[in-house]
Design a protein around this ligand. Sequence first.
Ligand SMILES: Nc1ncnc2c1ncn2[C@@H]1O[C@H](COP(=O)(O)OP(=O)(O)O)[C@@H](O)[C@H]1O
Ligand SMILES: CC(=O)N[C@@H](CCC(=O)OP(=O)(O)O)C(=O)O
Length: 260
Amino acid sequence: MQTLTVIKIGGNVIDDPAALKRFLTAFSTISGAKILIHGGGKVATQVAAKLGIETTMVDGRRITDQPMLDVVTMVYGGLVNKQIVAKLQALDVDAIGLTGADGGTVLARKRPVKDIDYGMVGDIEEVDSGQIQFFLRQDLTPVFAPITYSKEGDLLNTNADTMASAIAVDLVRHNDVTLVYCFEKKGVLKDPNDDTSVINELTPALYADYKMAGTINKGMIPKLDNAFKALESGVSKVIICHADEVGTAVSQGAGTTLRK
Ligand SMILES: Nc1ncnc2c1ncn2[C@@H]1O[C@H](COP(=O)(O)OP(=O)(O)O)[C@@H](O)[C@H]1O
Ligand SMILES: CC(=O)N[C@@H](CCC(=O)OP(=O)(O)O)C(=O)O
């Protein structure tokens, strides 16, 4: 089976040009087939503010009305995605920028309104990785923006961590998949203010303990829920690490490795 590395890069790194350059340089050194899924929430919030559109986040998800959907489509599917593709081309990585709508890759359903109306936010229904496999066979590196599509033909805003997990899981049928979540800290930390306090190995039991103690909180909770789901669904290895260390994390290990 071919080895495949699926990597997600978070919004704080994308918002910092020097950090993004370092990450993409490290990404370019990873050998074999690879896929990048990017966030960009911070940039979207800044662009929305410039247009007089206020951002509301609930449980780490952006309330996405039609004007906000237009902003995130332009920012994720356009600006951020194409900037990353151009930088990767300059690093000799033949990247191709996509959304989940391209090639019918990630089908989602508008999140049903319960207590909260999230607007045009998508919950993933199905991944069709046929076109991804095609691109990989052409030695192209797919770069995905966190935008999906619905059966009704709408675009939907989708959490990038969830998108990375869903794409990784669909690809296990044909590949030995490693999933890496990269962000601005050295891994999952015992003390979020102390970068030396990395938890090297995290099991579901330890995760539950740290969550209860409040050590793991905020955006790290949906990230780890997605990460453990991927591990349970056939992904061989899941790592959470600093964006600068992505190359080392894949080749030798760094950051936090999840265990079943
Ligand atoms: N124990 C922890 N270790 C590291 N980060 C944590 C921890 N608990 C909470 N966090 C927070 O989780 C954030 C990462 O989640 P999120 O902002 O969703 O990431 P991303 O930038 O990848 O989208 C970190 O910036 C940090 O503030
Ligand atoms: C529905 C929803 O919340 N979508 C996210 C998509 C971007 C994302 O996930 O970006 P980060 O990885 O930078 O957080 C949002 O618009 O913020």
